[in-house]
Design a protein around this ligand. Structure first.
Ligand SMILES: Nc1ncnc2c1ncn2[C@@H]1O[C@H](COP(=O)(O)OP(=O)(O)O)[C@@H](O)[C@H]1O
Ligand code: SF4
Ligand SMILES: [Mg+2]
Length: 338
């Protein structure tokens, strides 16, 4: 990654999330799935969002587009190019969804139209978002299907979603999302079901779109190898809260939060294999019994009484590095200077 290193300060901020809280259940006893999350995403940036199952990654992405089902409560600010999406009506959000901001869901069938051949789903998106004529749209649809790894793409334009296997459907969904030329792609574990060769192909495609067209991406994954291979920055979540954010290289080389350190435990030095997240002993607490103080305290080897009593707030410990921990694994000096 170092030769294509993301020049963070040069690019405009496209998305800024401030103090996002997404909760379910009765207001007097809310089940908080995302708790006071703040982050920034610049043009052309690929941000990896990692954390164990249940940490609030999907709900964070869905909150951005107002797609919480059944409906939860969302508060805070989600500034897209400076405009807050949180108070927008369903109709105003509908104009942004799938156009400026596209989402790839964990489950492909939720975003494919079962009644339309995939070629039409792609060319319709191209018609809405580009000036291409019909012949060029067809060619571009074939190119997109080819680039996501659909063999014999031209012959498959007339096929319906159910005629593709699970992995192929996932690729089709990615091609449809990309056809709208989104400025922001929210990708929820887009390559999980795919083999490593196709994963690499799709990750390279996302990288080239980020590089060529300045598309920003939030990429949810449970695979630190995927983060190492294609993300400029990484945000680590636990229990609905952010633990740590920083450039991929520095977070992987010098994790500061004990949870990040646990996640990285199984990646051998110098390598970035496709490694599922290391399983840290113990289980995360459910939404109903999540502690008000540090949610990781019951599993953390460094926990003290302070951690069990006081919530560690995210603090900028070095340029571009946020950390929420009372007892980080590195001193501020180490984090500033490596
Ligand atoms: N509609 C809902 N009502 C109540 N709880 C929900 C709802 N949707 C998700 N949750 C809970 O919110 C937490 C975060 O979920 P999610 O964002 O899907 O986690 P992740 O994507 O990190 O695995 C989980 O504990 C999940 O059970
Ligand atoms: S605040 Fe305390 S319990 Fe939480 S991660 Fe840091 S050291 Fe561990
Ligand atoms: Mg999820």
């Amino acid at each position: 990654m170092s030769d294509t290193k993301f020049e963070a300060a040069d690019r405009p901020v496209m998305l800024e999330i401030r103090n996002l809280i997404t909760s379910f259940g009765p207001p007097e006893r809310p089940l908080v799935a995302v708790d006071r999350l703040s982050l920034k995403l610049r043009q052309g940036e690929i941000l990896g969002l990692v954390g164990e199952s249940g940490s609030g990654k999907s709900i964070t992405l869905r909150s951005i587009l107002g797609l919480i089902r059944p409906r939860g409560r969302v508060s805070g600010e989600i500034l897209w190019k400076g405009r807050d999406l949180v108070p927008l009506s369903e109709r105003a959000l509908g104009d942004i969804r799938g156009k400026e901001i596209a989402m790839i869901f964990q489950e492909p069938m939720t975003s494919l139209n079962p009644l339309l051949p995939v070629g039409i789903q792609i060319t319709e998106n191209l018609a809405a978002h580009t000036d291409l004529d019909a012949a060029s749209r067809r060619r571009e649809a074939i190119t997109l299907l080819d680039r996501v790894g659909i063999p014999g793409a031209a012959a498959r334009l007339g096929d319906f979603p159910h005629e593709f296997s699970g992995g192929m459907r996932q690729r089709v969904m990615i091609a449809i999302a990309l056809a709208s030329r989104p400025a922001l792609l929210l990708a929820d574990e887009p390559t999980t079901a795919l083999d490593v060769t196709i994963q690499d192909q799709i990750l390279r495609l996302l990288q080239s779109l980020a590089g060529e067209f300045g598309m920003s991406v939030i990429l949810v994954t449970h695979d630190m190898g995927v983060v190492a291979a294609c993300c400029d920055n990484v945000a680590v979540m636990y229990g609905g809260r952010l633990c740590e954010i920083g450039s991929t290289d520095t977070v992987i080389e010098r994790p500061a939060h004990p949870y990040t350190e646990g996640l990285l435990h199984s990646i051998p030095r110098g390598g970035a294999p496709r490694t599922p997240l290391y399983s840290i002993p113990g289980l995360p607490s459910g939404l109903a019994d999540r502690p008000a103080a540090c949610a990781f305290a019951s599993r953390c080897p460094a926990a003290t009484q302070l951690c069990r009593e006081t919530l560690p707030l995210p603090t900028e410990v070095a340029a571009g590095r946020m950390l929420a921990c009372h007892h980080p694994r590195r001193t501020a000096e180490e984090l500033r200077h490596g």
